[in-house]
Structure formats: structure tokens, C-alpha cells
Design a protein around this ligand. Structure first.
Ligand code: CP
Length: 329
């Protein structure tokens, strides 16, 4: 267990036994003890964030670079805040405003950022698997802030923390993930993380937005259910997590129209009433208000959407802290 008073420069070495990870590329390969260590470290970070002076010197002298090839508000902003709370220097880069626009390759861009002095690189990329291609070529710690449809590991960790914080446990909870599961890196990482921690995950959406592979995945993960009817899916749920509807799915013919999606898959107060009385409502953001979530549900008492964003800072502080410790070894 890491306590907040232990979070000083290089104290990260104390967790060396439980954390040997140089990069965070995915959540699939995290062990249960590693996930538990991230949760415990996040709690220590939350304590720091509750202080009047929300700063510790743990990453003093380190440089964190965020490199985003796609738009982001939450992930980029919270990584920047997290790094600053830990006293790191932060440089923000976007593909649009970098030499990527002049044709520089991904690997050469990363090596250039390292040459500038990056110790930790936080990268979002539209291509699934981009981080796996890049990792062997970089000496800095690399963190996946979202790659294509594939993975968004820190989102899954902050979602897990948010559920744990509200429910006190994960094992045995019914967690329903609704919407465009097929194209959602958030859904994929949450399915891996939540099933690993013992939740009963049900995915729900129109058949065109559910991966065929999930039928097979049910064999691998006995906890996973697949349901196209939202009323059946959310019945007695502990957690309902709606996903952002990506408008391009309608253009590509995977959905007949917005009105059909709302009629079939929006979480409104009538559907929320089918869940457990103490259920919580989640959404990774950005939310299309009154599409995935009815406005009164999004802003209602069961919604933990803002908690997810707040917890994102603490989870990302934990990840940066643990990675910085791995570089000390
Ligand atoms: N949840 C999420 O990844 O949001 P951003 O795209 O704003 O980072």
C-alpha cells in the first residue's frame, strides 16, 4: 500500500516489487495485483488532491510530453494536471501543430521528442496498435491515451476507480455497457478490466454496433452477456455505462438514424428505473446530451460523469508516479 506521505522524489522505488512495467500500452496484460496497486496509489493521490496545496515533488526534474494525433479534452487535460501536481515539466504537442504535418514519421517524431528531453510520452493516435509499433523504438515511458478502436487503458482504470469508490467492490456487480461497443476503445478496455476484477459485464447495442467477436468472447469470459434490448440489459444493473455515439457510424450505414438510436438505446429516466435503486450512470465523455443520456439523467443524482473526470486526474497521477519509479530501477 502506498500512502500519500511516501510520495516524495524517488520514493517510487519502494513499489518496485509490484510494478515492473515500463510502458502502459493496454489494460489486457495488467495483472490483478497491478490493477490493485494502481487503485491504491490513486487513493494516495486523491488525498494529495484534497490538500490546499495540491503539489508534491515526486516527478521534479522529469519532463512529460503529451502528443495527441486526435482531439481530446479530458485525457490530455487530466494528464497535464496530473504531471503538474507531481511537479513534472509538461510540454503539450498536437499533430496538427507539429512537423507531422510536414511528413515526419511516428517513430522519428517520438525520437525527436525524446531528444528534446522527454522522460514520459503520453500519446493518442487514430491507428489501433500504433503504440505497440512505437514502443520498441523509444527509451522514454510510453502511455497509450487512446489508439483507434483498440484501447484506452487509463480510461478503464479511472472508470474502475469510480465504481470502486461508489460501490466499495467490483466483484459480482452487473455493469451494462450500452451503445457503439464495436468501435469503442473505452468499451474494449473496460470489458478487459472489469471482467478481470470480477464484474458481470453485459454489452448492449444495435447488432451492427456489437462486435461479432463478443459471442466468442463469452466463451473466454463467462461474465460477459450480449443483449440488443436495452430494457432487458439494464434490468437490476448496478452500473450503466453509455458510450458516445460516433456520428460517422450513421454516415457509414451502420445505423438508420439518430432518432432510432435514441428510441432504442438512450438511457432515460424510465429505463433508469429498471436498474437497481442505488445504480450509477457513467459515460466516458464527450457526451452527446439527449442522445446517449437524457439530459435529466446526465445531470441527475445517479450520474457520476463528473466524478469520472475528477478521478481521471488522480489515476493519471498514479500512472505517472508508478512509471517514474520504474525508470529509477
Ligand atoms: N474520455 C475521453 O477520452 O475523452 P477525451 O476524448 O476528451 O480525452
Amino acid at each position: 500500500m502506498i500512502r500519500s506521505e511516501q510520495i516524495e522524489p524517488c520514493a517510487a522505488a519502494e513499489h518496485s516489487g509490484a510494478w515492473a512495467r515500463r510502458h502502459v500500452l493496454d489494460i489486457e496484460d495488467f495483472s490483478v495485483p497491478e490493477i490493485e496497486l494502481v487503485m491504491q496509489t490513486t487513493s494516495a493521490m486523491k488525498e494529495i488532491l484534497s490538500r490546499p496545496l495540491k503539489k508534491v515533488p515526486a516527478l521534479r526534474g522529469k519532463t512529460v510530453v503529451t502528443l495527441f494525433y486526435e482531439a481530446s479534452t479530458r485525457t490530455r487535460g487530466s494528464f497535464e494536471m496530473a504531471a503538474k501536481h507531481l511537479s513534472a515539466d509538461v510540454v503539450n504537442m498536437t499533430a496538427q501543430a507539429s512537423s507531422v504535418t510536414k511528413g515526419e514519421s511516428l517513430i522519428n517524431t517520438l525520437n525527436t521528442i525524446e531528444a528534446i528531453g522527454a522522460d514520459i510520452i503520453i500519446m493518442r493516435h487514430p491507428l489501433s496498435g500504433a503504440h505497440y509499433c512505437a514502443a520498441p523504438h523509444v527509451k522514454a515511458n510510453l502511455v497509450n491515451a487512446g489508439d483507434g478502436w483498440h484501447a484506452h487503458p487509463t480510461q478503464a482504470l479511472l472508470d474502475l476507480y469510480t465504481i470502486l469508490n461508489r460501490k466499495g467492490r467490483i466483484a459480482g456487480l452487473k455493469v451494462v455497457i450500452v451503445g457503439d461497443v464495436k468501435h469503442s476503445r473505452v468499451a474494449h478496455s473496460n470489458i478487459w478490466c472489469l471482467t478481470k476484477m470480477g464484474a458481470n459485464v453485459v454489452v448492449c447495442g444495435p447488432p451492427t454496433l456489437l462486435p461479432e467477436g463478443l459471442k466468442t468472447a463469452q466463451l473466454l469470459f463467462p461474465g460477459i452477456g450480449v443483449e440488443t434490448n436495452i430494457e432487458k440489459a439494464v434490468k437490476d444493473a448496478d452500473v450503466v455505462m453509455e458510450l458516445r455515439l460516433q456520428k460517422e457510424r450513421m454516415q457509414s450505414g451502420l445505423l438508420p438514424g439518430l432518432r432510432d438510436f435514441i428510441a432504442g438505446y438512450q438511457l432515460d429516466s424510465k429505463r433508469l428505473a429498471l436498474t437497481k435503486p442505488d445504480s450509477i450512470v457513467m459515460h466516458p465523455g464527450p457526451v452527446n446530451e439527449d442522445v446517449e443520456l437524457a439530459a435529466d439523467v446526465l445531470h441527475g443524482g445517479r450520474s457520476v460523469v463528473n466524478d469520472q473526470v475528477t478521478n481521471g486526474v488522480a489515476v493519471r497521477m498514479a500512472i505517472l508516479y508508478l512509471l517514474a519509479g520504474s525508470r529509477e530501477q
